[in-house]
Write a protein that binds this ligand. Structure first.
Ligand SMILES: *Cc1c(COP(=O)(O)O)cnc(C)c1O
Length: 324
């Protein structure tokens, strides 16, 4: 590096960061869990995306999409979400030095708003559900002010697919990946990543909670349906309708739809806190539940990776509020 450039970098550390920025997520640990593997004839690996700086895997896709849009000239961002997508957008905006507005529904807890505001984003309360906030957010957008969808964007799927790059780099060849499904962005990313690494033979257990089971219901109905309302406590899985791209994968024999109860998801959260000392949302507990319950669907597999997708919307107080 020529000396004069080096001097500029030293004088202006932000400039240095800008030139080095290639991604906004971190490579997360992949650890074997002996305790979750107990009683199974398989190794169980945990992909710890709960350790992402935004507290969930969402920064992978949203970070990738936002960097792409900045390269295309975007100067500002708008998101609609009172949860992990809103927080990931706010985090990415801070790192990219671009203003972010997050429209949250009236049901959003004060703690969630605080987390988003701490990242420097502006929070607007509008609408009493995601779709209403989404409609309002779209109206705020313009040419250079881009809307960031929580799951329905190929750039987001591409960003999420980095999970598979990291797993294969560790030399692990999973035959089953367990993943929670809300709108399906995470699953679509996993599917793309598996394809890229020629691992399309691996199966994907697509887990939803009862009351947020829009993918499972669509498979049964044989059409892309919209739930009337979300009744599960796993609010991060609360997309009333999954991405069309996910629905189109319904005949892929390697994708196994699985529904767990809220009770199973919360029990799994509790056990995981005990076993691995990490507090995750019920949306993530949903993926841990089939392992804790030794679900029959796991029997034929040998190398199981659970995507520990994380989530910031669940506290110890919330956990003790549930008396199942
Ligand atoms: C968003 C989210 C999900 C669901 O992801 P989709 O891409 O919408 O399917 C699962 N768990 C957590 C913690 C989330 O934040």
């Amino acid at each position: 590096m020529p000396n004069d450039i080096l001097c500029d970098i030293v004088k202006n550390p932000n400039e240095f960061q800008k030139t080095m920025l290639t991604k906004l997520h971190i490579n997360t640990p992949l650890i074997e869990s002996l305790i979750l593997g107990e009683g199974l004839n398989a190794k169980v690996w945990l992909k710890m995306d709960t350790l992402q700086p935004s507290g969930s895997f969402k920064i992978r896709g949203i970070g990738h999409a936002m960097m792409h849009y900045v390269n295309e000239g975007a100067t500002e961002f708008v998101a609609a979400s009172g949860g992990n997508a809103g927080l990931a957008t706010a985090y990415a905006g801070r790192r990219l030095n671009k203003p972010v507005t997050v429209v949250v529904p009236t049901t959003t807890k004060p703690i969630a708003k605080e987390l988003i505001e701490r990242e420097g984003a502006k929070v607007i309360v509008n609408g009493d559900n995601f779709l209403a906030s989404h409609d309002f957010a779209i109206k705020l957008c313009g040419d250079k002010k881009r809307y960031i969808h929580p799951f329905d964007d190929p750039l987001i799927w591409h960003g999420h697919s980095s999970i598979i790059d990291e797993i294969t780099k560790e030399g692990i060849t999973p035959d089953l990946i367990i993943v929670s499904v809300g709108g399906g962005g995470l699953l679509l990313g996993i599917e793309k990543g598996l394809k890229r690494h020629k691992l399309s033979n691996a199966s994907i257990l697509a887990v939803e909670t009862k009351g947020a089971d829009s993918f499972n219901k669509s498979i049964i109905a044989n059409e892309l349906i919209e739930l009337d309302r979300i009744t599960s406590i796993a609010t991060s899985l609360g997309a009333k309708k999954v991405s069309k791209a996910l629905y189109e994968l319904k005949n892929n024999k390697n994708i196994i739809s699985h529904v767990v109860s809220d009770k199973s998801a919360v029990k799994a959260v509790e056990k995981f806190l005990h076993d691995h000392r990490q507090l995750v949302e019920p949306a993530c507990g949903a993926s841990l539940a089939p392992v804790y319950e030794k679900s029959d669907e796991l029997n034929q597999f040998k190398e199981i990776v659970v995507i520990v997708c994380g989530g910031v919307g669940f506290t110890l107080e919330n956990l003790s509020d549930f008396n199942f």
